[in-house]
Design a protein around this ligand. Structure first.
Ligand code: CP3
Length: 362
């Protein structure tokens, strides 16, 4: 098999229309009329579900990501249970880094931990390019899933260059990103090289998922909110733009999301997203002003609202739906403003899914 980018599908931009083409999720993503607002939840597969904890017992996170049968089962669990309008591929943003030669582990309750952080030009040599054949387990898992999901779309995803760089440079999760920013400000050429390499790895990871059948993609720049807009524009936007450009020929909807990115929403749209994910800090009408015309919005219920009584959850969800409705059109996908939390009551998510469908019926 040659490089993914040279396949006829990528060159022509014409992919066969999958069974999910006319799903509510993909219609809304294209701003076509829908019978109701589609809904899915970031981190819908995971520790909030007892059936997830059961199948993951004794299996390290990254091992689980390399077992197609398990990936298929875990991805399907929230679709079966909640009746959400899309599945999100069960994997992690650091899986392609591992495939590209980085010694990384995911520690429970902590997150990704990198054995030897990348801080120097010499360190950077350890980050080799990702070849399409490096991830046969991803191709296999996506294929199994798409066959099983039928008319329900599968969202592929990847971490954006800045967020991946923050883990590689810090060596793990961080609050202040001091080492990452020290490289960005102090060694701009090394930084540019790092994020350019990450852009190519991320593009390849997304292409692998799309070519195997994913019908939309979400690029997570979860921690980009740590940056001022001008710094984002100078040091991050070019690399994220490269990723969106690389997958543009496939014609699948591209979503871009980060936390605390209120000041960056316009720039994140400019990077090439068709739909911008919004956390709960910015109301959707204001987000629409910042993002500008022609792009959809995804979000943005505060996840912590799910811990309040049902009538409160429904009132707050209705506020989100009303704000989206006031914008006109169908270009809204309901989601939380960030991921499902492990201690959340899964029944509250099932109820919320049904509520969004009913309250938005048209
Ligand atoms: O349902 C889904 O959303 C699909 C699966 C998914 C996971 N990680 C599974 C996972 C997705 C889309 C991700 C993306 C991801 N991973 C992001 C971007 C999304 C975001 O939350 O902003 C980030 C920043 C990571 C890095 C990462 N991986 C973190 C911060 C953690 C949590 C650490 C912890 O224990 O609290 C992980 C581990 C991880 N990724 C888990 C899951 C289900 C939990 C691990 C476990 O179950 O043992």
């Amino acid at each position: 098999m040659g490089p993914v980018s040279e396949t006829p599908a990528a060159q022509s931009g014409q992919r066969p229309r999958g069974a999910a083409y006319d799903s509510v999720f993909l219609r809304a993503a294209r701003n076509e009329p829908v019978p109701h607002t589609p809904v899915w939840f970031m981190r819908q597969a995971g520790r909030s579900l007892p059936e997830y904890l059961k199948v993951r017992e004794g299996i390290p996170m990254l091992d689980a990501c390399m077992r197609p049968d398990l990936v298929k089962e875990i991805t399907l669990q929230p679709v079966r249970r909640h009746g959400v309008d899309a599945a999100i591929f069960f994997s992690d943003i650091v899986v392609p880094l591992k495939a590209a030669g980085i010694d990384v582990e995911i520690k429970g309750g902590v997150g990704p931990v990198i054995a030897d952080p990348i801080r120097t030009r010499a360190d950077l040599r350890r980050l080799r390019p990702l070849e399409p054949g490096d991830m046969p387990y991803i191709t296999e898992a996506v294929g199994l899933l798409v066959a099983e999901l039928g008319a329900t779309p599968l969202i592929g995803f990847a971490g954006a260059p800045f967020t991946l760089a923050s883990y590689l440079v810090e060596g793990g999760p961080s609050r202040s990103y001091e080492n990452t920013k020290a490289m960005m400000y102090g060694e701009p050429e090394l930084w540019a090289d790092l994020v350019a390499r990450l852009a190519r790895i991320t593009s390849t990871f997304l292409k692998i998922q799309i070519e195997a059948g994913a019908s939309a993609v979400q690029l997570f720049d979860s921690w980009a909110g740590a940056l001022a807009p001008e710094e984002y524009r100078r040091s991050v936007l070019p690399a994220s733009t490269e990723v969106f450009d690389a997958v543009a020929p496939y014609g699948v909807p591209r979503i871009h999301f980060g936390v605390n990115t209120g000041e960056l929403l316009g720039l994140m749209g400019q990077a090439g997203a068709d739909i911008v994910g919004v956390d709960w800090r910015v109301p959707l009408d204001e987000a629409a002003r910042r993002v500008g015309p022609g792009k959809g919005l995804q979000g943005n219920l505060d996840p912590a609202v799910l811990y309040a009584p049902t009538h409160v959850v429904e009132a707050k969800a209705r506020e989100v739906l009303d704000a989206a409705k006031a914008l006109g059109g169908s270009h809204h996908i309901f989601n939380l403003g960030h991921g499902v939390m492990p201690t959340m009551d899964p029944d509250a998510l099932t109820r919320l899914t049904a509520f969004v469908h009913e309250a938005s019926a048209r």
